[in-house]
Design a protein around this ligand. Structure first.
Ligand code: ATP
Length: 232
């Protein structure tokens, strides 16, 4: 479904991604893992819009999409839930969700039910101003808004960042539910433990290069991964 093929990405003259390749098949959950600042967000932004690879290609269902903007990739079925949530704090929960369906209004009612099914807490708070939601609820809203465009592939950037442990569990449970319902997911995470728990496969990014890859069980029992990312 998604193929990232030998991409180099730079900000001006500063190259941050070197020869990165990975793929995501339809129905899979794939995790792109790594510490702060290794380039995970840069890779997502190259897939979904704002950045263009200097070398290599990003393909979606065989079509090159590396130089398309975000508003051009959403109609193709890819949605990006950015780090930091970026919800409309002055609007209500329901208004935020409605905006998510803006590019693809057909079937909106079913999608509202789907999102409220995955996140019952959002339905309870549908008339509440988004800025007054807790951090975890705002993250659920950001994911819910992404789901409202009815994506085939959802890119989740650090969905659990900054959340209390109990909310982290809720968010990962919700991601599992989304994958169970057939949406393909690429998650970018520093929380290697939880990411490998829900993903089928993973890739480890170090200093802008893929250093390891494998199925989640393999990676979770790999000595280097445990020592570096899972506290030994
Ligand atoms: P984090 O988990 O902390 O978000 P990350 O793995 O997602 O980190 P990126 O945000 O992709 O990492 O950043 C990779 C490198 O690119 C970092 O050194 C960062 O400082 C640099 N970088 C990111 N955005 C820009 C930008 N707009 N201009 C210049 N350099 C940038």
């Amino acid at each position: 479904m998604l193929e990232v093929d030998s991409i180099d990405v730079a900000y001006g003259n500063v190259q941050v991604i070197w020869d990165v390749s990975f793929d995501v098949a339809e129905g899979e959950t794939v995790a792109l893992l790594g510490a702060n600042g290794v380039g995970k967000t840069t890779v997502l932004k190259t897939i979904c819009g704002p950045l263009t690879p200097r070398k290599g290609e990003v393909r979606y269902d065989g079509e090159s999409i590396g130089d398309l903007d975000q508003d051009e990739v959403v109609p193709k079925g890819i949605v990006h839930v950015p780090e930091g949530r970026e919800i409309f704090t002055e609007s209500t929960v329901e208004e935020n969700l409605r905006l998510g369906a803006f590019t693809n209004p057909e079937g909106k009612d079913e999608r509202f039910s789907f999102v409220y099914d995955v996140f019952p807490r959002l339905e309870e708070r549908k008339d509440q101003r988004a800025g007054t939601l807790s951090g975890g609820e705002q993250q659920m809203l950001a994911i819910g808004r992404g789901l409202m465009s009815d994506p085939d592939l959802i890119l989740l950037d650090e969905a659990s960042l900054g959340l209390a442990p109990v909310l982290v569990d809720d968010v990962f449970e919700a991601i599992e539910e989304i994958t169970d319902r057939g949406t393909t997911v690429l998650i970018v995470e520093q929380d290697v433990n939880n990411a490998l728990r829900i993903a089928d496969r993973g890739y480890v990014l170090e200093s802008g290069r893929i250093s390891m890859s494998g199925d989640s069980h393999e990676l979770a029992s790999n000595d280097e991964v445990t020592a570096t990312y899972l506290g030994g």
